[in-house]
Design a protein around this ligand. Sequence first.
Ligand SMILES: *Cc1c(COP(=O)(O)O)cnc(C)c1O
Length: 377
Amino acid sequence: MTTARIREFLETRRPEGPCLVVDLDVVRDNFSAYRRAMPDTAIFYAVKANPAPQVLKLLADMGSSFDCASVQEIEMALNAGATPTRVSYGNTIKKERDVARAFALGVRLFAVDDVNEVEKVARAAPGAKVFCRILCDGAGAEWPLSRKFGCEGDMAITVLERARDLGLTPWGISFHVGSQQTNPQAWDGALQEASRIFREMSKRGVELGLVNLGGGFPARYLKNVPAAEAYAGAIYDALRRHFGNRLPETIIEPGRGMVGAAGTIKAEVVLVSRKSDTDATRWVYLDIGKFSGLAETMEEAIRYPIRTARDSDAMEPCVLAGPTCDSADVLYEKTPYPLPISLTVGDEVLIEGTGAYTTTYSAVAFNGFPPLQTYII
Ligand SMILES: *Cc1c(COP(=O)(O)O)cnc(C)c1O
């Protein structure tokens, strides 16, 4: 949904070229909705979803903490007003010198999923708290993050014991159920495994305290998604089922769910063509593509709502592509996208739900096209 404020901004300012407009009121509402739905859970906004300083400042002022993946993201969160105790270095893949820099900035909470990583953290951030990420298959997610991060539960036990032996504080378990997770029950299996690790660690004399529930909370694209309360209900039920009365401290790390719906991209039709006189399929080329912010159309995973001024006209499925000279720069072809037959060169299109994972994916100058212009209102 494009908000009235975004429409008014586009109509009065008429910005030239493709651009993203983010409505901070939506971010504020989303943060409040998570806080209301999960009052006992700390919110660590995943900075990579949209690191615009105004977004970070708003969230810092509202009391958010921040999940950061690099020293640069940590500095952005601190510049926005977060204290280092409200920052987690959540990337399991860190250079030791970056761990040292984060530690010098005051960060004391680090993610690990391997003993080599634990050793780096122990040397560069002595005494810090660590949580171990466990694998999660990402079933039910439209953008799964499955194999790259996390380890099997038994290995997590080894990793956390090693952390204890090296003088770190083994603090808990994390996982990510996959981004744009449309099934609120998806947390159950990982919470069961987390509770097993808590018990095993307890037998070894280590009382863990934290379950980091990760991100995955969806934004609305073409289909409706369950509200924050549905996720909160399913997660709290699973926590009680697996942890009984000894509920751990919990945190969530929403990225997409916090900012996705807050943004709309304005783009322009550059060309409408066919490959031959008899070709049935029209190709519609926009002035924005995979390399200027729409990278999540990779394998057509994320399907954005697209609005035009001609949406009351007859529709026809089209191949939708970006403007660069790279043949990978096609947004939707396997499943063509229905667009008005009357759509023509120079028409404006609104690509909705683009507040998350767009500016950060935008190349600095592929073919000389500038990075995605952003207006935060
Ligand atoms: C990217 C990321 C998130 C945010 O995920 P969303 O699905 O956008 O909510 C949270 N935690 C970690 C560790 C991440 O890498």
